[in-house]
Every structure is written in C-alpha cells, then in structure tokens.
Design a protein around this ligand. Structure first.
Ligand SMILES: Nc1ncnc2c1ncn2[C@@H]1O[C@H](COP(=O)(O)OP(=O)(O)OP(=O)(O)O)[C@@H](O)[C@H]1O
Ligand SMILES: [Mg+2]
Length: 141
C-alpha cells in the first residue's frame, strides 16, 4: 500500500479488503484519524480492521468516547462525535492513550478536534458520493 492511497469503492467487500491491507502496515504506537460524514463507513472500517487483530467486538464508542480492545494488539477506539470540548478529552487522559507506544489509537470524527491529534498519523477520509460509491483516501502524515 502506497500513500496517499486513493480509491473509489462500490461495495462493503472493497472496504473490507482495504482494511485487511491496511492492517498489515499498522504498528504498535500508530494513530489513525478517521474523517467522514454520518454513515460514511468509519466504524465499519474499524470493525474489519480490528478483526484482522482477532478483535471481534469492535463497535462505535459514540456513547463511551473510548473503547479499549485487546487482541493481537491493543487498540484504543475513540469517537469525538459527542465530545463537547478539548478539555473533556484532556480530562479522560487522551494524551496518555496517544503516547502509549504499545497500542494503536483510532479516532472517529477526528476532524472535530484537530488540535489534539499527533502530527505523525495515518489519516483516512471517506467521502460518500451521490451515486453511493465511496472515495477512500489514506494519507501518511
Ligand atoms: N462500501 C462500504 N463501506 C462501508 N460501509 C458501507 C459500505 N457500503 C455500505 N455500507 C454501510 O454503511 C454503513 C456505515 O455505517 P458506519 O456506522 O460504519 O458509519 P460511520 O461513518 O461510523 O458513521 P457515524 O458517524 O454515525 O459513526 C454500514 O451500515 C454499512 O453496512
Ligand atoms: Mg461511527
């Protein structure tokens, strides 16, 4: 997988295939920011990414802000959608999670609090097009 990776996709199977490929380059300590509208497929992508690490219960942490999974690797799965302030993120110790070099941190709706994101990260943008195809972009920042 070369970056930036850009692909138009037309099925869930194609999203699953991107998740599988991306899983092979992901390493402990990495951060992945996910950007895309409601229903774009952020959680869907995370679910299948986590499956590659033998995690079967990955789901939207919308109400919890953070889910922790332990499989072949440890994952912190954030969703910023209902976060009201940067302070709220600091209070739950966001930076401690981001600085954990033993875990992968994945953040849905990352664009809502850009300022807290590490400069070095993978950024995945999913655009839902009018014809219901999706444009997937993965950048290595
Ligand atoms: N190619 C595709 N990739 C991902 N999801 C798809 C695709 N085609 C259809 N879907 C469907 O779109 C929905 C995406 O929902 P998902 O919860 O992943 O979105 P989300 O971006 O996390 O939204 P939210 O912002 O509400 O958290 C799922 O129901 C999934 O089955
Ligand atoms: Mg989601």
């Amino acid at each position: 997988m070369k970056f930036p990776f850009i692909q138009n996709i037309y099925s869930e199977e194609e999203t699953i295939s991107i998740a599988k490929t991306f899983s092979t380059i992901l390493q402990k300590g990495d951060c992945v920011s996910l950007i895309g509208n409601l229903g774009a497929g952020k959680t869907f992508f995370v679910k299948y990414l986590c499956k590659e690490f033998l995690i079967d219960d990955a789901n939207s942490p919308t109400f919890a802000i953070l889910n922790v999974y332990l499989g072949k690797e440890k994952f912190f799965h954030f969703d910023f959608y209902r976060v009201r302030s940067k302070q709220e993120l600091l209070d739950i110790g966001l930076y401690d999670y981001l600085n954990d070099e033993e875990a992968v941190t994945i953040i849905e709706w990352a664009d809502l609090f850009q300022a807290v994101l590490p400069k070095k990260r993978y950024e995945i943008t999913i655009i839902l097009n009018e014809d219901f195809s999706r444009t997937f972009t993965i950048e290595k920042l």
